[in-house]
Design a protein. Structure first.
Length: 425
């Protein structure tokens, strides 16, 4: 069939869909796809899972990377990324959406990929064996996909004990390997089942939230060397402050854009095109799975995006208002406003978010300590002075935890137990 004829058929199909309704995706609810979503009522259970958890962000690397004179040089000091990375960018645009202006939301596809990463159980035997060596699990996931980036935000914890140290090289490898294996299994499914089909050829797949664009039971990628290479190529950010800062930069419109590396990123607060990211991030938050902590990160970034575009909060943007939707923002004014937004808007929100997570962590530890103390004293008959002493001990421990200091729970319980045993002789 000739390309011109295919284009005519594509236009007719799209016209029919938009004139006769698109309710099968626009009304699709995340809870129907994901039994662990917040709408299903299960998400809040994970809010208090482990007092020790870590926040991670995995991103597709840029399409072009700094050149060192090797084959594939495209000029301007850049060279083309690996074939695997380029193929993943094409898969992202086709299956998760390219995020361009007025694009149709992809709740079905984004929800499916969120669940696959959360479940973390669709791997080859070799990858399973590798992941099983590390005592970690994925608690929450959210994917942000638009024309400029593919970001995967994860919250992880130990699957053995709350006391396992999380910030280490093994956890980094666990996160990278889990995401790389999932993405490559989807890439293989796309190449074998979707690529070059009729809908793909005429461009329907890249416009609609078609069922099956994300395979919910894909055959796992068995190329361990390719998984390892991709896991090392993926861009990685760890920690509440760093991940929050990245998401704030995205919402504000000052983050580097991996799909267009080498281009200067100007802060354009009154551009509707740049502001479109706010809506995309709201959708990503709604489709996040496993709990509510990732939602806190998105809330912080959305707050930063709103404040950065408000002249009453950030007077430095007033001089940029006349430029509106034009691409010709003066670099000097834009960069000056960007520096101000980082200092006056972004960094305070990052600090506030870190404080909230710290308070949450302390609250969980305090709750656990109180439960342990109550279990110990339940075996004794307390006198009034003993009750007062234990309350004082608990108060001091609570204040230390709220300040972020550590408390040796075992030693504290032994002291209480010893005091009660002596009193009950």
């Amino acid at each position: 069939m000739r390309p011109q004829r295919l284009g005519q058929i594509s236009s007719l199909l799209i016209s029919y869909i938009f004139h006769h309704g698109y309710s099968f995706t626009s009304t699709f609810q995340a809870s129907a796809l994901n039994p662990l979503s917040k709408e299903s009522g299960a998400g809040d259970k994970n809010y208090s899972r482990a007092s020790t958890s870590s926040v991670h962000l995995i991103s597709l690397p840029p399409l072009y990377i700094p050149s060192s004179g090797v084959t594939g040089d495209v000029g301007s000091g850049l060279k083309i990324s690996s074939k695997c990375v380029r193929d993943l960018w094409r898969w992202k645009d086709k299956c998760l959406g390219d995020g361009r202006d007025y694009f149709i939301p992809r709740p079905r596809a984004i929800g499916a990929i969120n669940n696959l990463i959360l479940q973390n159980n669709n791997h080859s035997d070799e990858v399973y064996e590798l992941l099983s060596n590390w005592p970690y699990k994925i608690d929450e996931v959210a994917v942000l996909s638009n024309c400029a980036r593919l970001d995967v935000i994860l919250i992880c914890s130990s699957n053995i004990s709350d006391d396992v140290e999380l910030c280490n090289e093994e956890l980094d490898r666990f996160v990278r390997t889990s995401v790389a294996s999932c993405l490559l299994s989807q890439l293989e499914n796309y190449s074998e089942s979707i690529k070059n089909t009729f809908f793909d050829t005429v461009g329907i797949n890249s416009m609609l939230d078609v069922t099956g664009m994300v395979n919910e039971c894909p055959r796992p990628c068995r190329d361990v060397s390719l998984i390892d290479k991709l896991s090392r190529d993926l861009k990685y950010v760890e920690g509440i402050a760093n991940v929050t800062r990245h998401l704030c930069e995205v919402a504000i419109g000052i983050a580097a854009r991996p799909s267009r590396p080498g281009r200067e990123v100007l802060f354009r607060p009154f551009s509707s095109r740049d502001s479109h990211i706010m809506l995309q991030m709201k959708r990503s938050k709604e489709l996040s799975v496993g709990g509510s902590r990732i939602g806190m990160l998105f809330d912080a970034s959305l707050q930063a995006g709103k404040r950065a575009r408000n002249p009453n909060i950030l007077p430095e943007v007033k001089d940029l208002k006349p430029y509106g939707n034009t691409p010709n923002y003066p670099a000097d004014l834009s960069n000056r406003a960007a520096l101000a937004v980082r200092e006056k808007v972004m960094e305070p929100i990052v600090a506030e978010t870190v404080s909230k997570f710290s308070a949450m962590k302390a609250s969980l530890k305090i709750k656990k300590l109180r439960s342990s103390i109550e279990l110990v004293i339940s075996k004794y008959t307390l006198q009034q002075h003993e009750d007062d002493t234990i309350k004082k001990i608990m108060h001091e421990a609570t204040m230390r935890l709220r300040k972020g200091d550590s408390v040796d729970e075992d030693l504290l319980l032994d002291e209480i137990r010893g005091m009660l045993e002596v009193s009950n002789l």
